[in-house]
Design a protein around this ligand. Structure first.
Ligand code: ZN
Length: 245
C-alpha cells in the first residue's frame, strides 16, 4: 500500500460515463461489467449520483405518479412538473464525503473497519477482492505494467486491477472490444486527456492509445475489457504473442 499516496480523495471526477451509459444503468440495461464500473464511479462521483437520482425519479414519476390534472395540460408541462419536483429534491442529494462516497477522506473511516483498503477501494471493488490489496498477486504484463485478474463477470468481459508504475508508459495498443478504465489511485494521461481518481476512460473498439502514468505515484485502475488488447506500435509486433489480454 505504501506506493499509493492518499491523493485525490474527495475530488470530483472530471471524466464521467456518457449520458446514454448512465441512462442504461438507471434502467437496468447495462451488462454486469458495465454495471460494475459505473457503480464504482458512482461511489466517487456526487455529480453522477445526482444525475442518476434524477433519471430514476423521472422514469418512476413518468410511469407511476403524474397526476391526471397535470396531464390535462399536456406532456410537456407534466414533465416540467416532474423535473421541478426533482430539482427541489436536489438539495438533499448526497455529496462527496458522505457514506456513499467510497473514497472517504484520509484519516477517516468509511465503515467500521478503518483499513487502508477501505480508504482506497470503493465497495464494488472490495466485494470482488478475496484478499487485501497488499496481498494481491500481481502478474507482470510488461515492464512497468502489472495486472491482477478479478473474477470474470457474466458476458465474457475481463475484470482486472491494473498497476502502471509511476512514470511508466504503456506501449500503444488498441482493442477489439471496449476498454473501460476507472482510476483508483495516481493518474495517467493518454490521447483522451488526463485521468485521476474517480475518472472513467472509455476506449471503443479499434481506437488506440498510449497511457503514461503520472510521475511520483503508481497508478491503480479498475479495468473492464470486452476483448483482448492488441499492441499496435513497433514494440507491439514483438510483444503481442505474449499478451494474453
Ligand atoms: Zn461522474
Amino acid at each position: 500500500m505504501a506506493q499509493y499516496k492518499p491523493t485525490g480523495f474527495g475530488r470530483q471526477p472530471s471524466h464521467h460515463p456518457d449520458h446514454s451509459l448512465l441512462l442504461d444503468y438507471a434502467s437496468g440495461a447495462t451488462s454486469e461489467a458495465e454495471s460494475l464500473i459505473v457503480a464504482t464511479h458512482l461511489t466517487l462521483c456526487a455529480e453522477c449520483r445526482r444525475e442518476l437520482a434524477r433519471l430514476e425519479a423521472v422514469g418512476g414519476s413518468l410511469l407511476e405518479s403524474i397526476e391526471p390534472a397535470t396531464l390535462d395540460n399536456g406532456f410537456d408541462s407534466g414533465f416540467a412538473a416532474v423535473m421541478a419536483r426533482i430539482d427541489g429534491e436536489d438539495a438533499a442529494a448526497p455529496t462527496v464525503g458522505d457514506r456513499r462516497d467510497g473514497g472517504a477522506s484520509p484519516g477517516t473511516s468509511c465503515c467500521a473497519c478503518d483499513g487502508d483498503d477501505h480508504l482506497l477501494l470503493p465497495a464494488p471493488v472490495r466485494a470482488l477482492l478475496d484478499r487485501s490489496l497488499d496481498r494481491v498477486e500481481w502478474k507482470p504484463i510488461m515492464r512497468g505494467l502489472d495486472e491482477a485478474p478479478l473474477p470474470d463477470v457474466a458476458g465474457g468481459a475481463k475484470v482486472r486491477l491494473m498497476r502502471i508504475r509511476a512514470g511508466a508508459t504503456v506501449p500503444k495498443h488498441t482493442h477489439r472490444g471496449t476498454e473501460m478504465t476507472l482510476v483508483l489511485a495516481g493518474g495517467f494521461s493518454d490521447e483522451g486527456g488526463h485521468f485521476e481518481r474517480g475518472d472513467l476512460a472509455v476506449l471503443g473498439a479499434e481506437a488506440d492509445h498510449r497511457p503514461v502514468a503520472d510521475p511520483g505515484e503508481d497508478c491503480l485502475c479498475l479495468v473492464v475489457t470486452t476483448a483482448p488488447l492488441r499492441l499496435t506500435g513497433r514494440m507491439g509486433r514483438l510483444l503481442n504473442p505474449f499478451v494474453r489480454f
